[in-house]
Design a protein around this ligand. Structure first.
Ligand code: MRU
Length: 345
């Protein structure tokens, strides 16, 4: 199935409304900056690379709007950039893409014809999108080398087509291994509380003919104990300079379990997910989400009676990671040491 999570055609920006999956597969059009910010905050679009791509298009569409009002200037665009960046704090790809757009604005804002500036902004956003597509394909190719024939792979959250501009990061590895003729079966963590695994990954994998089995998050340990998992592959939202990795809440527990059971635990992520400005995972800002996400599942409406703890992400320490699969190659364990060589070369 050839689907794209974000489509930009004829100057129109459309996304799959992921809140409605798997019941309804529907594209919606985002015309304004506030449409884009709402889509990111409400998880209509989610996944680190995808929200970066969408933010870039959001910047372009907003610049176009400001231009039509004769208000395209650095102050107004910086305000939009700040609003986008704070819409979700953990995935570094969001700030990375917005900064690229601001750089393009600064580079071309001296241009005598504003149309040139607008077309350069459009080009920058489209390139971020296209590059992500190629990046996903490369991650798949490098990662597939790690996957043996007849593998049972466990994944968490959704790091696939729905989360990127291409075939995904963790799921790209699976798609590529399958394409190479390997027999793959995927255990899909439900991924409470929002259910990205149950609602999105299971849907995406089965639409792409990958055999999958859905499990509740608390079943992974038992599967590992029974030798039913050969490797774990997940995505990432931000990777610190030492390789500590933030990803969907629950990823850390899988890494601990994999370590205990001596199962390889891989992170697949583009270089845009690395944040070399921070030394370690403790510095990664973790997004906390509302209590409704947890209570709604149980149809609890006396919400005021409940204290709820709902971090969207956790941090996996570098020593639990067997390798980080990027578009430039695999950073193997010990990740901290090998990552140092990777970014200094
Ligand atoms: O809250 P989400 O659904 O945006 O969280 C997404 C994840 O944690 C993904 O694993 C990560 O962004 C990588 S997507 C290629």
């Amino acid at each position: 199935m050839n689907i794209e999570s974000i489509v930009f055609e004829n100057n129109t920006l459309r996304i799959i409304n992921q809140k409605e999956l798997p019941q309804t597969f529907k594209y919606i059009t985002l015309s304004t900056l506030s449409n884009v910010i709402d889509a990111i905050k409400s998880l209509k679009v989610r996944g680190a690379p995808a929200i970066g791509i969408l933010a870039a298009y959001g910047m372009y569409k907003h610049a176009e709007f400001l231009y039509s009002k004769n208000q395209l200037n650095i102050n107004n665009l910086t305000q939009a950039a700040d609003a986008l960046k704070s819409s979700r704090p953990t995935a570094v790809n969001l700030g990375w893409a917005v900064d690229k757009m601001m750089k393009a604005f600064l580079k071309y804002s001296g241009s005598p014809i504003d149309d040139v500036l607008l077309s350069k902004l459009k080009e920058t956003a489209v390139n971020i999108h296209l590059n992500d597509k190629n990046t996903c394909a490369s991650i798949g190719k490098f990662g597939a080398q790690l996957i043996k024939d007849r593998s049972n792979i466990l994944t968490h959250c959704n790091a696939g087509i729905l989360a990127t501009g291409g075939r995904g990061t963790a799921l790209s590895v699976i798609y590529e291994a399958k394409k190479q003729g390997k027999n793959i079966h995927v255990y899909v963590d439900e991924t409470r509380p929002v259910g990205q695994g149950a609602r999105l990954t299971y849907w995406e994998l089965t639409k792409n003919n990958i055999p999958a089995t859905l499990i509740a998050d608390n079943m992974a340990a038992s599967l590992m104990q029974l030798n039913k998992i050969d490797s774990v592959i997940v995505g990432a939202d931000r990777i610190a300079k030492n390789g500590d990795t933030a990803n969907k809440i629950g990823t850390y527990s899988l890494a601990v379990l994999a370590y205990y059971h001596q199962i390889p635990f891989y992170v697949a992520a583009p270089l845009s997910t690395f944040d070399f400005s921070i030394e370690s995972g403790g510095e990664i800002p973790i997004e906390f989400r509302n209590k409704e996400e947890i209570l709604a599942f149980w149809n609890i409406d006396n919400k005021n009676d409940y204290n709820v703890y709902n971090p969207a992400f956790d941090v996996t320490p570098n020593h639990l990671i067997s390798g980080i699969i990027t578009e430039k190659g695999i950073i193997k364990n010990p990740v901290e040491l090998n990552l140092k060589q990777f970014y200094t070369n």
